[in-house]
Design a protein around this ligand. Sequence first.
Ligand code: URA
Length: 245
Amino acid sequence: MERLQKIIAESGYTSRRKAEELIKNGKVMVNGKKVTELGTKASFGDEILVEGNLIEYQEKVYYMFNKPRGVVTTTKDDKGRKTVLDFFDDEEKRIYPIGRLDYDTTGLLLLTNDGDFANLMMHPKSKIEKSYIAKIKGILDKEDVRTLKEGIKLDNKIIYPDRVKIKKINKKNNTTLINIVLHDGINHEVKRLIEKLGYEVIKLKRESFGFLMLGSLKSGEKRKLSIKDVKRLISLAKGNYEQHK
Ligand code: URA
């Protein structure tokens, strides 16, 4: 017997926190009875309905995926565009992306059906470093790099990149390639930071997430994470979380 919110989160339906809200809001039935008490215990042998949906045990899966350009980071799209889930088999459809990469951004994206893990990875206090390669229209100079490193305000928060490095300047094409490492996870953060400097990102790729690197994973390919990788990510996030409490 386990707490109802834990069972709901383990089924991949939603996170434990959201499951608690659903219980409190009277959206959960156990064996035909509405349950609103958070301490209630149950098991997968019970008939649990959340918002009318039957909760079933689902093995946890964790993937890293190399997202191609022109794919939306959602589970479905109103405009009929290709989504990241189109790259996964039917029986894996209950997974969802952890965070978001823009339609035209490529690179490393994690997907899972573990709501608690997803929330931990996305929590601002987990401060997981993500490394990006950005191609920028225009030639960045040392002053621009210094301005970035000194911090730029986005959404009322000063964003301090962990690292910024100019990798290549192409005077002929008037472009600069930079490597920027961020840990905040704010929407469109790379593009918005570069915009604040007065330039435009024309290509963006995420190369790493924490210690996970794209490596030889080709565009559109995925691989399951090992339990060791998952545990390492959890302890990385929890370690950062404790430090910045
Ligand atoms: N920053 C962006 O601007 N876009 C992304 O897709 C990811 C980070």
